[in-house]
Design a protein around this ligand. Structure first.
Ligand SMILES: Cc1cc2nc3c(=O)[nH]c(=O)nc-3n(C[C@H](O)[C@H](O)[C@H](O)COP(=O)(O)O)c2cc1C
Length: 192
């Protein structure tokens, strides 16, 4: 499948976050013929706590920061979400950013790369519930990175070799579904 764009969404914003390192690891290792991968660091968008009066589903964005973020999200056919685990769920910055955008998420595919003491598995599964509401099809293959074995001294992300084939499988699944859902996205655009 070619001509697809996959956004790698980095979901944490705090100073010293591991998220950007994990995002760069995904970017460096995600490969598929004819597919473009782009890192989207939500920290770059300086989104405040949700300040749009009208729910995102209506697509009536008022603020420039929302229009800029929604326009970027709308460019992609699929996503790889990179999430740490905060209090057994996803970071507030990620859920906030997700809530700014509506139809731009719809009928896309996604994979999740998570990290935490238990591989971020609880955040990973919570994110799947959120993705369902965004009409995003999340693929089966997970990538779960451990703070103990994939992060040197809890500061430098160095995933074990075994995670590379996991990431490749996830990428293959996201690309396959992002391509398969393309006709739905075209129908939606024509109906709009
Ligand atoms: C507010 C907060 C809550 C956390 N809660 C959890 C948790 O519930 N489970 C876990 O495995 N790690 C938890 N951690 C540790 C994070 O997994 C670890 O700090 C990770 O690096 C966070 O991602 P980030 O570096 O991209 O911000 C928490 C960290 C923070 C800052």
């Amino acid at each position: 499948m070619s001509d697809l764009k996959i956004g790698i969404i980095v979901g944490s914003t705090r100073p010293g976050r591991l998220g950007i390192q994990v995002g760069n690891w995904v970017k460096d290792n995600a490969k598929a013929d004819g597919v473009e991968f782009e890192l989207v660091d939500i920290a770059d968008y300086n989104l405040p706590l949700l300040d749009e009066a009208i729910p995102a589903a209506a697509g009536q964005y008022q603020h420039e920061h929302t229009k800029k973020f929604a326009s970027k999200i709308g460019e992609f056919d699929g996503y790889i979400f990179v999430t740490g685990e905060y209090n057994h769920s996803i970071p507030g910055a990620l859920t906030n950013a997700i809530s700014f955008v509506g139809t731009e998420w719809h009928n896309k595919a996604a994979g999740i790369v998570s990290y935490g003491s238990m591989g971020g598995v609880r955040a990973n599964e919570h994110l799947r519930q959120v993705l369902a509401e965004l009409a995003i099809a999340d693929v089966r293959q997970n990538v779960l990175l451990s703070l103990f074995t994939d992060v040197e001294n809890f500061t430098t992300v160095k995933p074990a070799e075994m995670h590379l084939p996991e990431l490749q499988t996830q990428v293959d699944q996201v690309v396959a579904w992002a391509g398969a859902l393309r006709s739905l996205r075209v129908d939606e655009a024509l109906a709009a």
